[in-house]
Design a protein around this ligand. Structure first.
Ligand code: MG
Length: 447
């Protein structure tokens, strides 16, 4: 008989005799009885029994037009499951396939507790890694395992990440339209209690304008026109008007969206410096990262960056060199809460703060995941806010809420957001259009 079997056999004898606890406590047979340990363990510390993954599936839905993908991890514990956001809205069905065909069989039977181990093992299981599809799959798994861990602990996830660093999460509102519409909306947001507003660029043309490439029959029906210098001029006018009409106290941002060349971005950022932007977003495309030193030496305007980064290692050099001030990545795109915590902690050492990407193509589960990290880390900067449309709130009960410019979590154990699968099925995902943005001569503009 092996040693472990021998001990278990002796425990069974004790249990049969009904003296296990006393014997174990007294050390009668030279070992501690399991029964004694059970009785000594308070109820609040009993959440650590092994739980394994029974099933993993993708849930695809689009209650407010954006294709949303959620991973559901079901466990050996009846009723215990976790949800995570895997949304890659532009290539949604590929993510669904990767979850159902690869993640599900990979996970079955594995322990739900070891998030770091699960993350790393799935990360390298495909050998080639860091693509947007598989990183979103990883994010769904990662967030779902944090959700399960919180449910098992009876705590919101932010408690497991270190507890609160703030009472709620300051968010920025977003607005676009004509320059006057933006100014009116900024004043409205101020009245609603927002401290931060991000302003989209005003439209450069009306619907009747036909750009040269369309006159020449080049490109496709849905393609849009972009003119860098007109854009730069319009953004300067936008800042000037909004500062004049909305005052100095509101914090303003603008997303360049990598649409202009590096020197044009530097020119624009310099021109709006007098209006004190809270940050200017994504000035350089992933292909133009070598321009950071020049950009930094040219302006004092804070910069946010990283929306198009997939690999958390892409943040290492920019953060270590303090090239930007706000980490602005798409948390599901880098693989979930676990890698987000790593780059947030890295940023803390270099005075770089967070501003996670929070658009409509992140599910409420994903927004809540951002919020849990936002609550816990010290070097939080600001969060892109979202008021969830009613249909989205119905599909995702427990979605975060926003009042007076602050996002609030519901404080339920785990991530705190559920999904109504029957309702989700009523909003099937669909193929998005392939509209491009082009210069007057038809050249593709890279976002
Ligand atoms: Mg952006």
């Amino acid at each position: 008989m092996k040693k472990d079997e021998n001990i278990e056999s002796r425990r069974n004898v004790l249990r049969t005799l009904g003296i296990g606890s006393a014997a174990g406590t007294l050390g009668l047979f030279g070992f501690s009885s399991a029964n004694a340990k059970d009785k000594e363990t308070p109820a609040y510390a009993k959440g650590t029994a092994p739980v394994t993954i029974k099933n993993v599936k993708a849930i695809a839905t689009s209650p407010s037009n954006a294709n949303l993908i959620v991973v559901k991890v079901e466990t050996s514990e009846p009723g215990l499951y976790g949800l995570g956001c895997s949304t890659f809205t532009q290539r949604a069905s590929v993510v669904v396939t990767a979850i159902n065909d690869y993640l599900a069989p990979f996970c079955k039977g594995k322990d739900v507790d070891n998030i770091e181990d699960m993350w790393n093992s799935f990360y390298i299981d495909s050998y080639w890694r860091n693509g947007p599809v598989l990183n979103n799959v990883l994010s769904g798994l990662d967030q779902a395992l944090w959700d399960i861990k919180g449910k098992r602990a009876g705590m919101p996830v932010y408690q497991l990440l270190g507890g609160k660093s703030r009472f709620a999460i300051p968010v920025y509102a977003r607005t676009g339209g004509s320059i006057q519409e933006v100014a009116d909306n900024v004043n409205r947001f101020k009245e609603e209690g927002y401290q931060y507003v991000r302003m989209s660029s005003p439209s450069l043309t009306d619907d009747s304008y036909v750009p040269d490439f369309k006159k020449a029959g080049y490109g496709y029906a849905g393609d849009r026109y972009f003119h860098p210098q007109k854009y730069i001029k319009s953004v300067i006018e936008l800042f000037d008007t909004v500062r004049k009409q909305c005052g100095d106290e509101i914090d303003l941002m603008h997303d360049i969206h990598e649409k202009i060349q590096p020197m044009e971005a530097i020119q624009l950022i310099n021109s709006v410096e007098q209006y004190r932007p809270f940050f200017m977003e994504d000035p350089l495309s992933p292909e133009n990262q070598g321009w950071w030193p020049q950009l930094r030496e040219s302006t004092n305007v804070p910069i946010s960056m990283g929306e198009l980064f997939n690999n958390i290692n892409e943040f290492l050099d920019p953060i270590a060199n303090r090239y930007f001030d706000y980490i602005r990545c798409h948390v599901s795109q880098i693989g979930g809460i676990t890698p987000a915590m790593k780059i947030a902690r890295l940023g803390e050492f270099f005075g770089v703060r967070t501003a996670w990407h929070g658009p409509g193509d992140v599910s409420p589960v994903g927004h809540a995941a951002h919020a849990h990290v936002d609550m816990a880390i010290w070097n939080f900067g600001v969060q892109e806010g979202r008021i969830f449309p009613e249909a989205e709130q119905e599909v995702f009960p427990g979605s975060p809420t926003t009042t007076n410019g602050y996002m609030h979590l519901n404080d339920k154990p785990g991530i705190g957001v559920d999904i109504d699968e029957k309702l989700a099925a009523k909003y099937p995902i669909r193929l998005r259009g392939y509209n491009q943005i082009r210069n007057a001569d038809g050249t593709i503009i890279r976002p």
